[in-house]
Design a protein around this ligand. Structure first.
Ligand code: SAM
Length: 279
């Protein structure tokens, strides 16, 4: 256990900063909103005529949003059959559905031609990737020279304790190595991708969801409490696998909020031939 100096009993009970603490508790520190991810896409001038790969696109909701917001075409690639069925249904119902197509596949073997995409959008999926070197090489292969890969991903911090880590990773099928931002940066560079920026989001989106009244993480905290207190009953009702996913998913949100997990955004570029000549 880490040794941490204790404050004194007097310091604990003789609080001189109650007013400051009270104000800090109810004060917003202006967290950024999750819509910033689309603002970053906008900054890259993605628009009509561009083809976007939404890797790990699940139900294609982000592919459809990208097509609606920017007028681009999008391809959602996901390895899970039921996700792709849901995606096809969503696309069929959407007024801009003809701009989105669904392909079955994974990042380690992207079903696409060399240089097919102007831009790759990777949101909250890289933690599942087992062979990161292969996945990053594939991303580079299917990306046009000069094209960008925008990756939003959660990483672990030192605050995540070993038992918490083990349960979380087992419940959400996390490849443990993917949770290190240093490992990610090393592998992205080794794949020949240029890291243009890295931005620590931490708890900001979740603070904003609380401040805006959406309350996702409060609900997840309450849900985690119920799942833990009524574990026997809820495990029997949900089945073991679903119980573990539900608990890990709820804790994923809570841990992001309290700094055990730390989302970040990386902007990577596939260097153009001219960049390679003049590094
Ligand atoms: C947490 S969901 C995120 C979905 C969506 N990108 C979003 O942000 O809402 C992760 C997705 O990655 C997909 N996935 C898992 N392993 C993958 C892999 N090796 N390559 C591509 N996608 C993968 C899953 O099927 C799932 O749809």
């Amino acid at each position: 256990m880490a040794e941490i100096d204790s404050i004194t009993i007097d310091e604990m009970y003789t609080s001189r900063h109650l007013e400051v603490a009270d104000r800090a508790q109810y004060r917003s520190f202006e967290p950024r909103r999750s819509s910033m991810l689309y603002e970053l896409v906008d900054d890259l001038d993605i628009g009509p005529g561009d083809l976007v790969l939404d890797i790990g696109g699940r139900d294609a909701s982000h592919s459809l949003a990208l097509a609606s917001l920017f007028g681009c075409d999008a391809v959602s690639v996901d390895p899970v059959a039921s996700n792709n069925e849901q995606a096809r249904a969503a696309v069929a119902e959407h007024p801009l559905g003809s701009k989105v197509s669904i392909r079955s596949g994974m990042m380690e073997e992207i079903p696409a031609a060399d240089g097919e995409f102007d831009f790759i959008f990777s949101r909250d999926m890289f933690f599942h990737v087992v062979d990161a070197d292969r996945a990053l090489a594939e991303a580079r292969r299917v990306l046009k020279p000069g094209g960008h890969l925008l990756l939003y991903q959660t990483f672990a911090t030192d605050r995540l304790e070993p038992l918490e880590r083990a349960e979380l990773y087992a419940g959400l099928v996390v490849a443990p190595e993917r949770m290190s931002p240093d490992d990610f940066q090393k592998r992205a560079s080794a794949a020949g991708l240029v890291i243009e920026s890295t931005d620590v989001i931490g708890s900001e989106w979740r603070e904003a969801w609380e401040e805006d009244g959406e309350g996702l993480t409060s609900r997840q905290l309450l849900y985690a409490a119920r799942l833990i207190r009524k574990s026997e009953q809820l495990r029997a009702e949900l089945g073991d696998a679903d119980y573990r996913v539900e608990l890990a998913n709820a804790l994923w949100g809570v841990y992001q909020m309290i700094g055990k997990l730390e989302p970040r955004i990386f902007l990577l570029r596939n260097p153009a031939v001219s960049d390679q000549d003049n590094p």
